[in-house]
Design a protein around this ligand. Structure first.
Ligand code: ZN
Length: 702
C-alpha cells in the first residue's frame, strides 16, 4: 500500500526511540493536519512513538522505515488506511485536544493509531496472499492494537471494553445464518469491500485472543515472531501463522483453530447435567452452533462444525485458576474437583476468553448469580471477574433472544447486579435493556416504562454521585462513567438531570465554554432534542447545528451532527433528513451518522423509523449515483435506516423493495441479507416473548 499526498498542511513532529531489537533505529514521526490544526496532532504523535517502540519489541523486528507520517483527511471512506509510512485517517480518528475533546475520542484515536501501526508489520511487512485471508490483517491488527493500548494505558482496562463491545458484536453478527466464515472465498471486487466487517475484525481478534490465552502470552508472542521473521517481504496464508505458533507452543494449532476460522458461526455450550458427589462434580456438556433466531432442525445442525472449545472452568475452590479442559465432541461428560463448601459454583469460559456462549440450568445460573451478588456487596469476596460478569449478562440475553431462555428470566437475573459499579458490566446491562426496549417499540403496554425504571434505578444514583463537573482527580474511567451515568439517567426520563442538561446547553450555546464539559456534550444535545418540541426544540436544534458547522474539534462536530437525529419534533425530523442530502452541509463520509439516531434511541420510533426508511427508498438512486462503488457507506445507510424496524409490516416492505431492486444491491448484498435476518429474528423474539415480558413489566411496576 503506497500513498502520495500533495497539499498545504501543518504538522507536529516527534521521535520514536526503540531500543529492542538491538538494530532498531530512531523513527521520525509527523502528524499532518489542515492548516492551523496541528496542535491537535500532538497526542497521536506521542501515541505513535510509544506504540512503534512497543511493537518493535513485541515483534522483535524493527520498523523498517526512517519515518512514519500520519495525516488527517477531511473526507475519507474508511476509518483509516495503513499505507506504508504514510497512514491516512478520518480527522476524528487522529486528532485530539486534551481540553476540548471527549475521553471516548481519546480512546478511539489511540486504538485506531495502534491498529494501523500494527499493520506496518501485519499487512505491510508480511502481506496476505489473497483477500480470503483478510482476517489475518484485520483480526490480528485489532488484537495487537488492543494489546498496545493496554500496554500504554493499563488503567483504561481496554480488554474489558473489548469483551463488552468487540466480542459481543462478533457474537451477534456471527449468530446469523447469513454470516460468513472468517476465512472466506473471494472471487469478485465487490465481494472484497463487504468482508471488512465484524467477522474479519472483531471475530478475527476474538479467536486470536482465545488462542493467546490458550497458548500463553509468551509462546504466542514467540510464534508471531517466528512467523514475521520467516515471511518478511513475502506473502502468506493462515496456515503459515498456525505453523509458526505450533513450533513455539508444541501444540497442533491448526487442529485447534480450524473450525473457528473455516466454518461459519460459533457454538453454544449447554450444561446438560450436573451432579455433585464425594467432592467431585460430574458435568455433561453439549455443543451446537448458536443461531440467534433459533429453530435449527437436526439436519441443519449436522451441517455445522464441531468446535474445539477451551472450557476454562472456574469453581469456588479455584476461582482464578481455570481448569484446562477441552470440549471436542458434540457431547461429553467431565469430572472436576468440587469440594463441599459455602457458596459453591462453577462457571465456564473464564474471563470470556473463548468465543462462545454458555447455557446453564436455572439452578446453576442462580448459584453464579448469588456469588456475584456477594462479591458486589463485599469487595473482599469478589471472585467472579468483570469479564465473566459481562459474559453472564450477554449470554442470558442472547439466549432469551433466540428462544432458549425466557426474557423475563434474563431480566430477573439482573437482581444479582443491583450493586454493580463496573463501567463495562453496566454498559453490557444497559445495552441489552435498550435493545429490548428498542425491539418492543411497536407493542402496546408498559414494557418501555418498566425498562426505563430499571435504568433509572441503576443510573440516577450514579449520576448524582458523579455530578456534572469534572474533577482534577478523575481517572479516565471516571470521565467515561460520568458521561455514561448522566446519559443513561437522562434516557430513563430523569427530569432533574434532563433539565440541568438543557440549562447548561443553553448557556453553552450562548458562549459559556466551561459550563458543559466535552464528555457531556453529546448527552446534552441528545437529551435536549429528545425532550423538547416546538419553538424551544427549534432553537436548540439551530444551536447544535451551528456547533456542528463551526466547532474547531472534529470529534465535537461529529457528535453534534449525530445528535441532530435524536429529534422528537416532526418538523425537525424532516430537517435532519433534508440536511443529510445536502453535501455542502453534511460531508459524504458522514451521511449515515447524521441519520442513525432517527432509528436508534429516538423517542418516537414508531414515527421516525418508517419516515427514515421511506427517505432511503426515495433517495436511493441519488445515493447510488453519489457513492457508486463505495459499498461501506451504502451498506451503512441501509443498515441504519432499517435498524430495529422489526414490526412485521416494515420487514415486508423492506423485503419487497430489496426484491424489486435485485442486482442493484449486490454491492451491499451481505449487509442487506444480514439486516433483514436480524429484523426477522427481533420480530420472532418479540412475538414469542411478548406475553411474559408484558407480565414482567406489570409486576415490576406494581
Ligand atoms: Zn486494519
Amino acid at each position: 500500500l503506497v500513498a502520495y499526498i500533495i497539499g498545504e498542511f501543518d504538522y507536529v513532529e516527534t521521535m520514536a526511540n526503540p531500543t529492542v531489537p538491538a538494530d532498531a533505529k530512531p523513527i521520525k514521526i509527523r502528524v499532518y493536519t489542515l492548516k492551523g490544526e496541528s496542535s491537535q496532532g500532538t497526542y497521536s504523535a506521542e501515541v505513535t512513538a510509544r506504540v512503534l517502540e512497543y511493537f518493535s519489541e513485541y515483534f522483535n523486528i524493527p520498523y523498517p522505515l526512517p519515518k512514519m507520517d500520519l495525516i488527517a483527511i477531511p473526507d475519507f471512506e474508511f476509518g483509516a488506511m495503513e499505507n506504508w509510512g504514510l497512514v491516512t485517517f478520518r480527522t476524528a480518528a487522529l486528532l485530539f485536544d486534551e481540553n476540548k475533546s471527549s475521553a471516548s475520542n481519546k480512546e478511539r484515536v489511540c486504538t485506531t493509531v495502534a491498529h494501523e501501526l500494527a499493520h506496518q508489520w501485519f499487512g505491510n511487512l508480511v502481506t496476505i496472499h489473497w483477500w480470503s485471508e483478510l482476517w489475518l490483517n484485520e483480526g490480528f491488527a485489532t488484537f495487537v492494537g488492543t494489546l498496545a493500548t493496554d500496554h500504554l494505558y493499563p488503567d483504561w482496562k481496554i480488554f474489558t471494553s473489548f469483551v463488552d463491545e468487540d466480542l459481543q458484536s462478533a457474537l451477534t453478527l456471527d449468530s446469523l445464518r447469513s454470516s460468513h466464515s472468517v476465512q472466506v472465498e473471494i472471487n469478485k471486487a465487490t465481494e472484497v469491500d463487504q468482508i471488512f466487517d465484524q467477522i474479519s475484525y472483531e471475530k478475527g481478534a476474538s479467536v486470536i485472543r482465545m488462542l493467546n490465552a490458550c497458548l500463553g502470552e509468551q509462546k504466542f508472542m514467540d510464534g508471531v515472531r517466528i512467523y514475521l521473521k520467516r515471511h518478511m517481504y513475502g506473502n502468506t496464508v493462515t496456515k503459515d501463522l498456525w505453523k509458526a505458533l505450533s513450533e513455539s507452543s508444541g501444540i497442533d494449532v491448526e487442529k485447534l483453530m480450524g473450525s473457528w476460522i473455516k466454518d461459519v458461526g460459533y457454538p453454544v455450550v449447554t450444561v446438560e447435567d450436573f451432579k455433585q458427589e464425594n467432592n467431585e462434580a460430574t458435568i455433561t456438556l453439549s455443543q451446537k452452533r448458536f443461531i440467534s433466531s433459533g429453530g435449527m432442525t437436526p439436519e441443519e445442525e449436522a451441517k455445522y462444525a464441531t468446535w474445539w472449545i477451551p472450557l476454562g472452568i472456574t469453581t469456588h475452590a479455584s476461582p482464578d485458576k481455570p481448569l484446562d479442559i477441552i470440549l471436542t465432541d458434540k457431547k461429553q461428560t467431565i469430572t472436576i474437583p468440587y469440594p463441599e463448601g459455602e457458596h459453591q459454583f462453577f462457571k465456564l469460559n473464564f474471563n470470556e476468553n473463548g468465543m462462545y456462549r454458555v447455557k446453564y440450568p436455572k439452578e446453576v445460573l442462580n448459584t453464579i448469580g448469588e456469588v456475584i451478588k456477594i462479591g458486589l456487596e463485599d469487595k473482599s469476596k469478589e471472585i467472579i471477574s468483570v469479564c465473566d460478569r459481562i459474559g453472564i449478562v450477554g449470554d442470558i440475553f442472547a439466549l432469551a433472544r433466540n428462544g432458549t431462555e425466557q426474557t423475563d428470566n434474563a431480566l430477573d437475573l439482573l437482581q444479582y447486579f443491583e450493586k454493580e459499579t463496573d463501567y463495562n458490566v453496566l454498559s453490557q446491562i444497559y445495552t441489552n435493556i435498550q435493545e429490548l426496549k428498542s425491539c418492543w417499540y411497536y407493542k402496546e403496554g408498559r414494557v418501555s416504562e418498566a425498562l426505563k425504571k430499571i435504568i433509572h434505578k441503576i443510573f440516577s444514583p450514579l449520576a448524582e454521585k458523579y455530578g456534572f463537573e469534572a474533577s482534577p482527580n478523575d481517572s479516565f474511567i471516571d470521565s467515561k462513567m460520568r458521561a455514561f451515568a448522566i446519559s443513561s439517567a437522562a434516557s430513563s426520563d430523569d427530569k432533574k438531570i434532563i433539565d440541568e442538561l438543557i440549562r447548561r446547553l443553553e448557556l453553552y450555546i450562548q458562549g459559556d465554554e466551561n459550563i458543559l464539559n466535552p464528555n457531556l456534550r453529546k448527552t446534552a444535545y441528545t437529551a435536549a432534542l429528545r425532550n423538547t418540541t416546538g419553538e424551544k426544540a427549534e432553537k436548540l436544534y439551530d444551536g447544535i447545528l451551528n456547533i456542528y458547522q463551526t466547532n474547531e474539534i472534529a470529534d465535537q462536530r461529529l457528535v453534534a451532527l449525530q445528535s441532530l437525529g435524536s429529534v422528537k419534533d416532526s418538523k425537525l425530523v424532516q430537517r435532519t433528513l433534508e440536511n443529510a442530502l445536502n453535501p455542502s452541509l453534511v460531508r459524504l463520509q458522514d451521511v449515515m451518522y447524521s441519520i442513525i439516531y432517527l432509528t436508534i434511541g429516538n423517542p418516537n420510533p414508531r414515527e421516525t423509523r418508517p419516515i427514515t426508511w421511506h427517505w432511503l427508498v426515495d433517495n436511493w438512486s441519488t445515493f447510488e449515483e453519489r457513492y457508486k462503488t463505495v459499498g461501506s457507506i451504502l451498506g451503512a445507510l441501509f443498515k441504519y435506516s432499517t435498524y430495529d424496524s422489526c414490526d412485521s409490516k416494515y420487514i415486508k416492505e423492506i423485503e419487497d423493495w430489496v426484491k424489486e431492486l435485485g442486482p442493484r444491491l449486490d454491492i451491499i448484498r451481505r449487509t442487506v441479507d444480514q439486516s433483514i435476518e436480524a429484523l426477522k429474528e427481533q420480530n420472532a423474539w418479540v412475538e414469542l416473548d411478548n406475553e411474559c415480558v408484558q407480565a414482567w413489566a406489570n409486576k415490576y411496576l406494581a
